[in-house]
Design a protein around this ligand. Structure first.
Ligand SMILES: [Zn+2]
Length: 310
């Protein structure tokens, strides 16, 4: 605790604050706050250089001003192939088509079916009238041919690796709040085509108390995420270690030397503190990158079968 207390009252080590506030007397956590801002920005800028191209902006429709907007989330529907031989469409598995149920701002997606090709796409609609979902505990219903499909078929398709996903809506940052937009081919393609070069083969628990995902063919932790999410996670994980090295280099190892004497656990502690600093900073400043994976992480813990890839 003493080490934390001393660290808490340190002057910042980042070069920008050292130069700007040469004679400032630092109180309480002011120095730490300066470092959190500086190294958090460093991480954000580095992440932007490395993976920013995977997160393009979206052009708003004319009724929203027509400018480019930052995407907050991509909402996907998992799909399986309809077993009806006369149909064979990709069935979206959705508990609900509603995107927002807020009174006066109701928004939902309409599945528009091409009766010739049996391919469907989604269009965002406003107002009341969202259709009922296509899936429940017993199974799913094909919205192209109308047949009901038992839940066993969904599991078989998942375990055979034939479960896919289709972009349902894009959520963008608008001046007055969230804007729901119809999917764009560019955004769907980027997510599907990018590949993570890291292999994570750790398996999910198959204990029925914990996870339903393995029953649907999502066997490994990596199956819960898209490649783009995995790339974002590994990029931030790399940056935590790199930021730690930058902090030490900027402090000329003063931080290590002073704290090493005070606490033999410094190595672990300092990394935890740095990680905590960065997580807090992400939450405040870096919604663009982190919100989606933090949400996905918690969503996967809470209800893996509903996890939507981003
Ligand atoms: Zn069908």
């Amino acid at each position: 605790m003493r080490a934390i207390s001393i660290l808490w009252q340190c002057a910042p080590v980042n070069p920008e604050s050292c130069k700007k506030y040469l004679h400032k007397e630092w109180k309480n956590a002011e120095g730490l706050a300066e470092d959190v801002r500086y190294y958090g920005k460093w991480m954000r800028d580095e992440a932007d250089k490395r993976i920013g191209h995977l997160y393009p902006k979206v052009q708003l429709p004319k009724e929203y001003g027509g400018s480019d907007a930052t995407v907050i989330a991509w909402i996907w529907a998992r799909t399986v192939i309809c077993p009806n031989p006369a149909c064979g469409a990709r069935m979206p598995l959705l508990h609900s088509f509603a995107l927002s149920t807020k009174k006066g701002r109701e928004t939902w997606v309409e599945p528009v079916v091409d009766r010739v090709t049996k391919v469907l796409h989604f269009e965002v609609r406003h107002g009341v009238g969202a259709p009922v979902g296509t899936v429940n505990r017993l199974g799913a219903k094909c919205i192209v041919c109308g047949i009901s499909v038992p839940v066993d078929h969904l599991r078989t398709e998942g375990q055979a690796g034939r479960m896919d996903a289709q972009l349902m809506a894009i959520v963008a940052e608008g001046k007055g709040g969230r804007l729901y937009l119809s999917p764009s081919k560019e955004h769907e393609t980027i997510t599907k085509e990018v590949k993570s070069d890291r292999e994570f083969e750790t398996e999910l628990s198959t204990h029925p108390q914990y996870m339903a995902a393995p029953r649907y063919g999502l066997r490994r932790h990596r199956d819960l995420f898209t490649s783009r999410q995995l790339i974002a996670l590994t990029t931030f994980s790399d940056l935590v270690g790199e930021a730690y090295a930058v902090v030490l280099a900027d402090s000329n190892d003063k931080v290590t030397l002073s704290l090493d004497r005070l606490c033999p656990w410094f190595g672990i502690m300092s990394k935890l503190i740095l990680l905590q600093m960065l997580v807090v900073t992400y939450k405040v400043q870096f919604n663009r990158y982190v919100k989606f994976w933090i949400n996905s992480y918690w969503a996967c813990l809470a209800q893996p079968s509903n996890l939507m890839p981003q």
